[in-house]
Write a new protein. Structure first.
Length: 412
Protein backbone atom coordinates (compact mmCIF):
# COMPACT_ATOMS: atom_id res chain seq x y z
CA UNK A 1 0.00 0.00 0.00
CA UNK A 2 1.16 3.55 -0.72
CA UNK A 3 3.14 5.42 1.93
CA UNK A 4 2.87 9.19 2.20
CA UNK A 5 4.62 10.86 5.13
CA UNK A 6 4.78 14.39 6.53
CA UNK A 7 8.25 15.94 6.55
CA UNK A 8 10.29 18.80 7.98
CA UNK A 9 10.21 21.29 5.14
CA UNK A 10 12.75 23.84 4.01
CA UNK A 11 10.76 26.58 2.26
CA UNK A 12 10.72 30.30 1.35
CA UNK A 13 9.79 32.94 3.88
CA UNK A 14 6.35 34.43 3.27
CA UNK A 15 7.80 37.71 2.01
CA UNK A 16 10.16 36.02 -0.47
CA UNK A 17 8.00 33.20 -1.86
CA UNK A 18 6.92 34.99 -5.05
CA UNK A 19 10.54 35.82 -5.86
CA UNK A 20 11.94 32.37 -5.08
CA UNK A 21 9.30 30.30 -6.89
CA UNK A 22 10.39 29.27 -10.39
CA UNK A 23 9.25 26.93 -13.10
CA UNK A 24 10.97 23.51 -13.14
CA UNK A 25 14.62 23.55 -14.20
CA UNK A 26 14.05 21.36 -17.24
CA UNK A 27 11.64 23.72 -19.03
CA UNK A 28 14.45 26.28 -19.49
CA UNK A 29 17.40 26.29 -21.80
CA UNK A 30 20.61 27.55 -20.19
CA UNK A 31 20.23 30.93 -21.91
CA UNK A 32 16.63 31.24 -20.69
CA UNK A 33 17.67 30.27 -17.15
CA UNK A 34 20.46 32.87 -17.18
CA UNK A 35 18.02 35.54 -18.31
CA UNK A 36 15.60 34.64 -15.50
CA UNK A 37 18.31 34.83 -12.84
CA UNK A 38 19.59 38.12 -14.26
CA UNK A 39 16.07 39.50 -13.99
CA UNK A 40 15.40 37.99 -10.56
CA UNK A 41 18.48 37.18 -8.39
CA UNK A 42 16.29 35.26 -5.94
CA UNK A 43 14.96 32.85 -8.55
CA UNK A 44 15.22 29.22 -7.42
CA UNK A 45 16.94 28.52 -10.73
CA UNK A 46 20.12 29.59 -8.92
CA UNK A 47 19.79 26.27 -7.08
CA UNK A 48 18.23 23.97 -9.67
CA UNK A 49 20.42 25.33 -12.50
CA UNK A 50 23.52 26.44 -10.56
CA UNK A 51 25.67 26.59 -13.70
CA UNK A 52 24.04 29.95 -14.46
CA UNK A 53 25.99 31.44 -11.53
CA UNK A 54 29.27 30.98 -13.44
CA UNK A 55 30.36 33.02 -16.48
CA UNK A 56 28.94 31.61 -19.69
CA UNK A 57 31.44 29.50 -21.58
CA UNK A 58 33.78 29.13 -18.61
CA UNK A 59 35.03 25.58 -17.98
CA UNK A 60 33.98 24.80 -14.41
CA UNK A 61 34.35 21.37 -12.73
CA UNK A 62 30.90 19.81 -12.33
CA UNK A 63 31.42 19.29 -8.60
CA UNK A 64 31.91 23.03 -8.12
CA UNK A 65 28.58 23.66 -9.84
CA UNK A 66 26.68 21.38 -7.44
CA UNK A 67 28.55 22.85 -4.48
CA UNK A 68 27.35 26.28 -5.61
CA UNK A 69 23.75 25.06 -5.31
CA UNK A 70 24.43 23.69 -1.82
CA UNK A 71 26.09 26.93 -0.73
CA UNK A 72 23.20 28.98 -2.13
CA UNK A 73 20.74 27.04 0.03
CA UNK A 74 22.80 27.75 3.15
CA UNK A 75 23.28 31.40 2.21
CA UNK A 76 19.56 31.92 1.74
CA UNK A 77 18.85 30.20 5.05
CA UNK A 78 21.30 32.56 6.76
CA UNK A 79 19.70 35.57 5.04
CA UNK A 80 16.14 34.49 5.89
CA UNK A 81 15.17 34.01 2.25
CA UNK A 82 14.48 30.38 3.23
CA UNK A 83 13.17 29.09 6.56
CA UNK A 84 13.06 25.58 8.00
CA UNK A 85 10.04 23.97 9.64
CA UNK A 86 11.24 21.69 12.44
CA UNK A 87 7.93 19.86 12.90
CA UNK A 88 6.87 17.30 10.28
CA UNK A 89 3.88 18.43 8.27
CA UNK A 90 1.95 17.96 5.07
CA UNK A 91 1.21 20.90 2.78
CA UNK A 92 -1.81 21.42 0.55
CA UNK A 93 -0.91 22.98 -2.79
CA UNK A 94 -3.67 24.55 -4.90
CA UNK A 95 -3.05 25.84 -8.43
CA UNK A 96 -5.54 27.83 -10.51
CA UNK A 97 -5.23 29.13 -14.05
CA UNK A 98 -8.17 30.22 -16.16
CA UNK A 99 -11.02 27.91 -15.22
CA UNK A 100 -8.75 25.06 -14.21
CA UNK A 101 -8.14 24.13 -10.55
CA UNK A 102 -6.04 21.35 -9.05
CA UNK A 103 -5.20 20.61 -5.42
CA UNK A 104 -2.36 18.32 -4.41
CA UNK A 105 -0.88 17.02 -1.19
CA UNK A 106 2.82 17.72 -0.58
CA UNK A 107 4.66 15.06 1.39
CA UNK A 108 7.24 12.33 1.04
CA UNK A 109 6.71 9.03 -0.74
CA UNK A 110 8.68 5.90 0.04
CA UNK A 111 11.71 4.94 -2.04
CA UNK A 112 10.80 1.30 -1.33
CA UNK A 113 7.37 1.94 -2.85
CA UNK A 114 9.14 3.20 -5.95
CA UNK A 115 11.49 0.21 -6.06
CA UNK A 116 8.57 -2.21 -5.52
CA UNK A 117 6.38 -0.49 -8.14
CA UNK A 118 3.73 0.74 -5.75
CA UNK A 119 4.76 4.07 -7.25
CA UNK A 120 4.44 3.29 -10.96
CA UNK A 121 6.50 4.95 -13.66
CA UNK A 122 5.60 5.24 -17.34
CA UNK A 123 8.63 6.86 -18.96
CA UNK A 124 12.27 5.94 -19.47
CA UNK A 125 15.05 8.27 -18.34
CA UNK A 126 18.12 9.71 -20.01
CA UNK A 127 21.34 8.67 -18.30
CA UNK A 128 22.94 12.12 -18.47
CA UNK A 129 19.93 13.83 -16.88
CA UNK A 130 19.70 11.10 -14.25
CA UNK A 131 23.35 11.47 -13.28
CA UNK A 132 22.92 15.25 -13.05
CA UNK A 133 20.07 14.91 -10.54
CA UNK A 134 21.89 12.20 -8.54
CA UNK A 135 24.88 14.47 -8.06
CA UNK A 136 22.67 17.48 -7.34
CA UNK A 137 20.81 15.64 -4.55
CA UNK A 138 24.01 14.08 -3.17
CA UNK A 139 25.98 17.32 -2.91
CA UNK A 140 23.06 19.45 -1.70
CA UNK A 141 21.99 16.72 0.73
CA UNK A 142 18.47 17.72 -0.24
CA UNK A 143 15.76 17.05 -2.81
CA UNK A 144 15.06 20.45 -4.31
CA UNK A 145 12.20 19.57 -6.65
CA UNK A 146 9.08 17.45 -6.06
CA UNK A 147 8.01 14.44 -8.09
CA UNK A 148 4.53 14.99 -9.59
CA UNK A 149 2.32 12.02 -8.63
CA UNK A 150 -1.23 11.17 -9.66
CA UNK A 151 -3.67 8.87 -7.90
CA UNK A 152 -7.20 7.58 -8.36
CA UNK A 153 -9.48 10.15 -6.78
CA UNK A 154 -10.45 9.51 -3.15
CA UNK A 155 -13.45 11.19 -1.49
CA UNK A 156 -11.79 11.04 1.92
CA UNK A 157 -8.69 12.92 0.78
CA UNK A 158 -10.81 15.49 -1.06
CA UNK A 159 -12.89 16.09 2.07
CA UNK A 160 -9.83 16.45 4.30
CA UNK A 161 -8.09 18.92 2.00
CA UNK A 162 -11.24 21.01 1.56
CA UNK A 163 -11.69 21.09 5.33
CA UNK A 164 -8.19 22.52 5.78
CA UNK A 165 -8.73 25.09 3.01
CA UNK A 166 -12.00 26.25 4.57
CA UNK A 167 -10.74 26.50 8.16
CA UNK A 168 -7.19 27.82 7.80
CA UNK A 169 -5.58 30.88 6.28
CA UNK A 170 -3.12 30.05 3.49
CA UNK A 171 0.56 29.94 4.35
CA UNK A 172 1.27 31.41 0.90
CA UNK A 173 -0.88 33.10 -1.71
CA UNK A 174 0.76 34.47 -4.87
CA UNK A 175 0.69 34.43 -8.68
CA UNK A 176 3.73 32.82 -10.31
CA UNK A 177 5.47 34.04 -13.45
CA UNK A 178 3.42 31.72 -15.69
CA UNK A 179 0.16 33.30 -14.51
CA UNK A 180 -0.80 30.48 -12.12
CA UNK A 181 -2.46 31.47 -8.84
CA UNK A 182 -0.87 29.44 -6.03
CA UNK A 183 -2.24 28.90 -2.54
CA UNK A 184 -0.57 26.69 0.06
CA UNK A 185 -1.67 25.53 3.50
CA UNK A 186 0.38 23.80 6.18
CA UNK A 187 -1.15 20.70 7.80
CA UNK A 188 0.47 19.84 11.12
CA UNK A 189 -2.51 18.83 13.28
CA UNK A 190 -1.89 15.28 14.45
CA UNK A 191 -5.37 13.99 13.70
CA UNK A 192 -5.51 15.36 10.14
CA UNK A 193 -1.96 14.20 9.41
CA UNK A 194 -2.84 10.67 10.53
CA UNK A 195 -6.06 10.61 8.50
CA UNK A 196 -4.19 11.66 5.37
CA UNK A 197 -1.51 9.01 5.94
CA UNK A 198 -4.20 6.36 6.42
CA UNK A 199 -6.08 7.45 3.28
CA UNK A 200 -2.96 7.05 1.13
CA UNK A 201 -2.21 3.77 2.88
CA UNK A 202 -5.38 2.36 1.33
CA UNK A 203 -4.16 2.95 -2.21
CA UNK A 204 -2.73 0.12 -4.25
CA UNK A 205 -0.74 2.44 -6.53
CA UNK A 206 0.26 6.00 -7.22
CA UNK A 207 1.62 7.05 -10.61
CA UNK A 208 4.46 9.34 -11.65
CA UNK A 209 2.99 12.03 -13.90
CA UNK A 210 6.21 14.04 -14.17
CA UNK A 211 9.62 13.86 -12.52
CA UNK A 212 10.90 10.41 -13.50
CA UNK A 213 14.52 11.58 -13.28
CA UNK A 214 13.96 13.05 -9.82
CA UNK A 215 12.30 9.86 -8.54
CA UNK A 216 14.98 7.55 -9.89
CA UNK A 217 17.76 9.86 -8.69
CA UNK A 218 16.28 9.87 -5.18
CA UNK A 219 16.19 6.06 -5.21
CA UNK A 220 19.81 5.81 -6.39
CA UNK A 221 20.98 8.20 -3.68
CA UNK A 222 18.97 6.26 -1.11
CA UNK A 223 20.52 2.92 -2.08
CA UNK A 224 23.97 4.47 -1.97
CA UNK A 225 23.33 5.83 1.52
CA UNK A 226 22.02 2.48 2.70
CA UNK A 227 25.28 0.89 1.55
CA UNK A 228 27.19 3.55 3.47
CA UNK A 229 24.98 3.09 6.56
CA UNK A 230 24.28 -0.65 6.93
CA UNK A 231 22.56 -0.06 10.28
CA UNK A 232 19.88 2.12 8.68
CA UNK A 233 16.36 1.72 10.09
CA UNK A 234 14.33 2.77 7.06
CA UNK A 235 13.04 5.87 8.81
CA UNK A 236 15.94 8.15 7.82
CA UNK A 237 14.90 11.00 5.51
CA UNK A 238 16.93 9.58 2.60
CA UNK A 239 14.46 6.66 2.44
CA UNK A 240 11.76 9.04 1.14
CA UNK A 241 11.41 11.45 -1.76
CA UNK A 242 9.62 14.77 -2.04
CA UNK A 243 6.38 14.68 -4.04
CA UNK A 244 3.08 16.42 -4.73
CA UNK A 245 0.19 14.01 -5.29
CA UNK A 246 -2.91 15.07 -7.24
CA UNK A 247 -6.21 13.25 -7.87
CA UNK A 248 -6.41 12.16 -11.51
CA UNK A 249 -9.76 13.85 -12.18
CA UNK A 250 -8.22 17.29 -11.58
CA UNK A 251 -5.26 16.93 -13.91
CA UNK A 252 -4.91 18.47 -17.35
CA UNK A 253 -2.70 16.88 -20.00
CA UNK A 254 -1.79 18.82 -23.12
CA UNK A 255 -0.29 17.28 -26.27
CA UNK A 256 3.44 16.96 -26.79
CA UNK A 257 3.93 17.88 -30.45
CA UNK A 258 6.83 16.97 -32.74
CA UNK A 259 8.94 18.89 -35.27
CA UNK A 260 11.54 17.37 -37.62
CA UNK A 261 14.40 19.05 -39.46
CA UNK A 262 14.07 17.33 -42.87
CA UNK A 263 12.16 14.77 -44.96
CA UNK A 264 14.93 12.14 -44.91
CA UNK A 265 15.64 12.54 -48.62
CA UNK A 266 12.01 12.45 -49.78
CA UNK A 267 10.46 15.13 -51.94
CA UNK A 268 7.23 16.55 -50.45
CA UNK A 269 5.21 14.54 -52.98
CA UNK A 270 7.05 11.30 -52.16
CA UNK A 271 6.70 11.94 -48.44
CA UNK A 272 2.94 12.49 -48.68
CA UNK A 273 2.57 9.32 -50.73
CA UNK A 274 4.48 7.32 -48.11
CA UNK A 275 2.29 8.74 -45.32
CA UNK A 276 -0.85 7.77 -47.26
CA UNK A 277 -0.02 4.08 -46.86
CA UNK A 278 -1.21 4.17 -43.26
CA UNK A 279 -3.23 7.42 -43.04
CA UNK A 280 -6.07 9.10 -44.87
CA UNK A 281 -4.57 12.48 -45.74
CA UNK A 282 -6.70 15.59 -46.33
CA UNK A 283 -5.32 19.06 -47.04
CA UNK A 284 -6.88 21.72 -44.79
CA UNK A 285 -4.96 24.71 -46.18
CA UNK A 286 -3.18 27.35 -44.11
CA UNK A 287 -5.46 27.13 -41.05
CA UNK A 288 -3.78 25.57 -38.03
CA UNK A 289 -5.12 22.09 -37.39
CA UNK A 290 -5.60 20.80 -33.85
CA UNK A 291 -6.78 17.16 -33.58
CA UNK A 292 -10.02 16.75 -31.64
CA UNK A 293 -10.06 12.96 -31.49
CA UNK A 294 -7.67 10.10 -30.79
CA UNK A 295 -6.16 8.68 -33.99
CA UNK A 296 -6.23 12.06 -35.75
CA UNK A 297 -3.06 14.08 -36.34
CA UNK A 298 -2.21 17.46 -37.80
CA UNK A 299 0.77 17.83 -40.11
CA UNK A 300 2.37 21.06 -41.31
CA UNK A 301 4.47 20.80 -44.45
CA UNK A 302 5.63 23.67 -46.68
CA UNK A 303 3.16 26.09 -45.11
CA UNK A 304 0.15 23.79 -45.56
CA UNK A 305 -1.73 21.89 -42.88
CA UNK A 306 -2.99 18.36 -43.41
CA UNK A 307 -5.30 16.14 -41.40
CA UNK A 308 -3.96 12.61 -40.96
CA UNK A 309 -6.47 9.95 -39.87
CA UNK A 310 -5.10 6.51 -39.08
CA UNK A 311 -6.63 3.90 -41.37
CA UNK A 312 -8.84 1.41 -39.53
CA UNK A 313 -6.67 -1.61 -40.34
CA UNK A 314 -3.65 0.03 -38.69
CA UNK A 315 -5.33 0.97 -35.39
CA UNK A 316 -3.58 -0.78 -32.52
CA UNK A 317 -5.37 -1.65 -29.25
CA UNK A 318 -2.21 -2.37 -27.25
CA UNK A 319 -1.84 0.06 -24.27
CA UNK A 320 1.56 1.26 -25.51
CA UNK A 321 1.54 0.62 -29.27
CA UNK A 322 -1.97 2.08 -29.52
CA UNK A 323 -0.97 5.47 -28.11
CA UNK A 324 -1.09 8.26 -30.69
CA UNK A 325 2.55 9.09 -29.95
CA UNK A 326 3.45 5.45 -30.64
CA UNK A 327 1.52 5.24 -33.90
CA UNK A 328 3.14 8.43 -35.16
CA UNK A 329 6.54 7.04 -34.20
CA UNK A 330 5.93 3.57 -35.65
CA UNK A 331 4.18 4.60 -38.87
CA UNK A 332 5.87 7.92 -39.78
CA UNK A 333 8.84 9.02 -37.73
CA UNK A 334 10.74 5.72 -37.80
CA UNK A 335 9.94 4.06 -41.15
CA UNK A 336 9.66 7.21 -43.28
CA UNK A 337 11.72 9.91 -41.58
CA UNK A 338 14.36 7.52 -40.23
CA UNK A 339 14.09 8.60 -36.58
CA UNK A 340 14.73 5.31 -34.78
CA UNK A 341 15.36 6.67 -31.28
CA UNK A 342 13.61 9.98 -30.57
CA UNK A 343 15.47 10.27 -27.26
CA UNK A 344 18.83 10.75 -28.98
CA UNK A 345 18.15 11.77 -32.60
CA UNK A 346 19.08 15.43 -33.11
CA UNK A 347 16.71 15.74 -36.10
CA UNK A 348 13.60 15.76 -33.91
CA UNK A 349 12.44 18.21 -31.28
CA UNK A 350 9.42 18.27 -28.98
CA UNK A 351 7.09 21.20 -28.40
CA UNK A 352 4.87 21.25 -25.30
CA UNK A 353 1.20 21.92 -25.99
CA UNK A 354 1.22 25.07 -23.86
CA UNK A 355 3.19 26.79 -26.66
CA UNK A 356 0.35 26.22 -29.12
CA UNK A 357 0.31 25.54 -32.83
CA UNK A 358 1.85 28.90 -33.65
CA UNK A 359 5.10 27.59 -32.22
CA UNK A 360 4.98 24.72 -34.73
CA UNK A 361 4.43 27.20 -37.55
CA UNK A 362 7.31 29.35 -36.28
CA UNK A 363 9.66 26.38 -36.13
CA UNK A 364 8.74 25.34 -39.68
CA UNK A 365 9.60 28.86 -40.87
CA UNK A 366 12.98 28.78 -39.14
CA UNK A 367 14.76 25.51 -38.37
CA UNK A 368 12.30 22.67 -39.10
CA UNK A 369 10.74 21.16 -42.22
CA UNK A 370 7.68 19.29 -40.94
CA UNK A 371 5.58 19.44 -37.78
CA UNK A 372 2.97 17.15 -36.23
CA UNK A 373 0.21 18.17 -33.82
CA UNK A 374 -1.22 15.40 -31.64
CA UNK A 375 -4.29 14.64 -29.58
CA UNK A 376 -3.20 14.51 -25.92
CA UNK A 377 -2.53 11.25 -24.13
CA UNK A 378 -5.19 10.66 -21.46
CA UNK A 379 -4.55 10.03 -17.78
CA UNK A 380 -6.31 6.67 -18.15
CA UNK A 381 -3.88 5.70 -20.90
CA UNK A 382 -1.01 6.68 -18.59
CA UNK A 383 -2.45 4.57 -15.72
CA UNK A 384 -2.95 1.58 -18.05
CA UNK A 385 0.64 1.66 -19.30
CA UNK A 386 2.18 2.27 -15.88
CA UNK A 387 -0.04 -0.34 -14.25
CA UNK A 388 1.34 -2.98 -16.61
CA UNK A 389 4.91 -2.00 -15.77
CA UNK A 390 5.51 -0.72 -19.29
CA UNK A 391 6.92 2.53 -20.65
CA UNK A 392 5.54 5.15 -23.02
CA UNK A 393 7.63 6.72 -25.77
CA UNK A 394 9.55 9.80 -24.58
CA UNK A 395 7.64 13.08 -24.38
CA UNK A 396 4.19 11.48 -24.36
CA UNK A 397 2.56 13.84 -21.84
CA UNK A 398 2.71 17.52 -20.99
CA UNK A 399 1.00 18.31 -17.69
CA UNK A 400 -0.14 21.88 -17.25
CA UNK A 401 0.16 23.84 -15.04
CA UNK A 402 3.69 22.92 -14.00
CA UNK A 403 4.63 22.73 -10.34
CA UNK A 404 6.66 25.67 -9.11
CA UNK A 405 10.14 24.82 -7.83
CA UNK A 406 11.51 26.33 -4.65
CA UNK A 407 8.39 26.05 -2.54
CA UNK A 408 9.41 22.84 -0.78
CA UNK A 409 12.81 21.25 -0.13
CA UNK A 410 13.43 17.96 1.66
CA UNK A 411 16.72 17.52 3.49
CA UNK A 412 17.99 13.95 3.39
Amino acid sequence: MAIMKPFSCLRPARETVAQVAALPYDVFSEDEARAEVMKNPRSFLKITRPEVQFPQGEEVPREMIYEKARDQIEEWLHQGVLVEDTEPAFYIYEQTIGGHHQTGLVGCASVDDYLNRVVCEHEDVRQDKLEDRIRHISVCEAQTGPVFLAYNSQKEIAALTEQVKENQEPLYEFVSQDGVANRIWKVSQDETVQELEQAFGGMEHTYIADGHHRAMAASKVCLRKRDENPEYTGEEPFNYFLCVAFPEDQLRILPYNRVVTDLNGYTPEEFLKAVEEKFDVVSVGSTSFYPKFKGIFGMLLDGKWYQLAIKKKWINRDPVEGLDVSMLQNYVLSPILGIEDPRTDKRIDFVGGIRGLRELEKRCRTDMRVAFSLYPTSIRELFAVAGEGRLMPPKSTWFEPKLSSGLFLHRI
